[in-house]
Design a protein around this ligand. Sequence first.
Ligand code: ADP
Length: 490
Amino acid sequence: MYIVMVASECAPVAKVGGLGDVVFGLSHELEIRGNAVEIILPKYDCMRYDHIWGLHVTYEDLWVPWFNYHIRCTVWFGFVHGRKCYFIEPHSNDNFFNRGAYYGFADEHIRFAFFSKAALEFLYHAGKRPDVIHTHDWQTALVPVMLCEIYRDLGMGHIRVCHTLHNVKHQGIAGANVLWFTGLGRPDYYYSRERLGDDFNPGAINFTKGAIVYANFITTVSPRHAWEVRYTEWGYGLGHALYVHQSKFGGVLNGLDYDAWNPETDPAVPAHYNADNFAAKRHNTRALRERLWLRQADRPVVAYVGRLDMQKGVALIRHALFRSLHQGAQFVLLGSSPEIGINAQFWQLKHELNDNPDCHLEIGYDEELAHLIYAGADILIVPSLFEPCGLTQMIAMRYGTVPVVRAVGGLADTVFDRDYSERPHAERNGYVFHQADNHAIESALDRAIALWFDSAEEFRELAVRGMRYDYSWNRPGTEYLNIYELIRHK
Ligand code: ADP
């Protein structure tokens, strides 16, 4: 099959969160299985250019219709760790992707509406006719809309679209100007609630709603979350639309790129190890302590890696930090927040705890340090308020680090409580709590820390059990191919 991913992120070249990991990992898996996969991305100035090989111009003058004029784009091609990537570079005063950051601008909807339009124009003019286009989140949600309404009549009618919802909190709510800019026009038609009309803002169109209506199949990133978005507040207003279209909606658990996340070969990890050689992990704990100025002590290291966003349960992360120290553990945190208030709060905490030899907060984004933390920590907390899939708990298990998670979304689908799960003992791989309050996280975290102190052997068994799980792209790869096959023949 010929598959084109259109996305705003792809790890490691342009990654903000799990979306980037998924685009890379799924593409890799599909290629291993003999499919032709290409990825279309914006050409951001702030990308990790050191991860692109052979970058060169492949299409010189792509004139993208935009409102009543055209914007000239250059399309670049390069390999990102073997993946074929096209990068679209617009030349206009809007400077869409030369702003030193991936997201966070006032004209966000215009930027990504333009990218979606440019991606389709590129496919059209370059004569590329994939069997399936796979789009991701609101940034590329207008692709199925424009494909159906504009490009279908230009010889692209057979192309099918699968759209994945990674985080429905962000949906792309905009005004009619987007319709005029993209050439869709006809506000009366698109404002209908059967099309792009937002269910709660009568004066707005909703990009994600558009994808739900127009895509041939919609997925979200775990089966539990597929239920949550339809029936709970975590649908952020899209529950009804997803319910209406549920015959073409399903949850596919994300996979992990087992090459990029491999404790046996990871270049960012000083001592390589696997489930049969688990003892070597302690060298990484030592290295982690050295790197973060923690004292070498006979205590477990509890870690948090991830965005410091309300979604991630910042109050619970903070509580877990103090609770871990109270219970005699060490605590390390790696994360940052685009929200000034949250960032300031954690900087304050960092200053307060600066002299504590059992605690380190690293505020910022650091891919290599993240690898060392997964390899060196004993316990990883993920106390999210909601979590569509969550990768950090799966990475932790891959590195023999025991996850302590809240039972939401993909966390509930991947982590099974050692003491209270309905699963057989041999399948239990971590600790789970339910309510989003301090007592609840204590009930799980305390048990994890206590097991580390009381029974090293049982703790090791639990960690090794996590390592033996297969959370690679193997299974999700098959599920996505089945979806592509299904929509191809529809
Ligand atoms: P989300 O997509 O909501 O951010 P996920 O758990 O799905 O959360 O994915 C997070 C990914 O981003 C993981 O690969 C994690 O290691 C990485 N990550 C998050 N924050 C940081 C950071 N500050 N430094 C390095 N890696 C990070």
